[in-house]
Design a protein around this ligand. Structure first.
Ligand code: T5A
Length: 209
């Protein structure tokens, strides 16, 4: 059996990742693929419990190092329990955020040392890399308006000051510049239909490689 592939949809807060990844899932299922839709933080029962702790506004005392290690712990569980077995079974793993988010948020936005962030990430996933990261790029001010428009309260990270979210956005663009073959940046300020079309073109190109 062929090994599966892993596609990540990531990017600015409220840029439309969850909506777009569902459209990708539908396209892939309609095309006959076996798909595992997952997310970070989360993706496993343990990861979902960690997600609640990480995003809860009831935890304002969480230190930056604790936050980093909780993301790392969730990812270590996610890769062993779900991602690797699914890829070995030839499935396509679609993840709403993955390791690039840790570099963007914990390194570029929080300011934790790059080597520290890399060492926690390496502990969790070693040399594993997703096949492609689709990054939805959007001014975080617009993204937060979309989250509020959805009727949701902001979580602990979305409630950080705007400069934090702007630095996280820049973090994705920097990572894409450094490793262009692993990233596809999509402008998420245009209509949802256009964003989905561009994401599907990226997925199709990747499947035809
Ligand atoms: N984090 C995560 C870290 O700090 N380190 C890490 O390692 C990881 C993995 C997770 C938080 O944790 C941080 C990053 C985050 O701050 P999350 O739930 O994954 O939180 O991330 P959010 O960005 O907060 O996710 P959201 O669910 O809020 O936003 P989405 O999924 O990007 O947006 P979505 O699809 O729900 O869309 C939002 C609204 O906008 C509309 C949608 O219909 C929806 O109502 N919309 C559009 N409207 C107009 N035009 C478009 N193009 C639109 N696209 C979507």
């Amino acid at each position: 059996m062929n090994k599966g592939i892993m596609i990540v949809c990531d990017g600015s807060n409220g840029a439309g990742k969850t909506t777009v990844i569902k459209a990708i899932e539908k396209f892939l299922i309609d095309s006959g693929h076996e798909v595992v839709l997952t997310r970070e933080p989360g993706g496993t029962p343990i990861g979902e419990k960690l997600r609640e702790i990480i995003l809860s506004k009831e935890n304002p005392e969480m230190t930056d190092l604790t936050e980093l290690m909780l993301f790392g712990a969730g990812r270590a569980q996610h890769i062993q329990e779900k991602i690797i077995p699914s890829l070995n079974a030839g499935k396509i793993v679609l993840s709403d955020r993955f390791d690039a988010a840790t570099f963007s948020f914990q390194h570029y936005a929080r300011g934790l040392d790059f080597d520290l962030v890399k060492s926690v990430n390496d502990l969790a996933i070693g040399s594993f890399k997703p096949d492609i990261n689709i990054i939805l790029d959007l001014d975080p001010k617009v993204g937060l308006e979309r989250v509020r428009g959805r009727g949701d309260e902001l979580d602990r990270l979305e409630d950080e000051d705007m400069n934090f979210l702007i630095r996280a956005r820049e973090g994705y663009l920097e990572q894409a510049k450094a490793e262009p073959s692993l990233f596809a940046i999509i402008d998420a300020s245009v209509s949802l239909e256009e964003v989905i079309n561009k994401a599907l073109i990226t997925v199709k190109n990747h499947l035809n490689k």
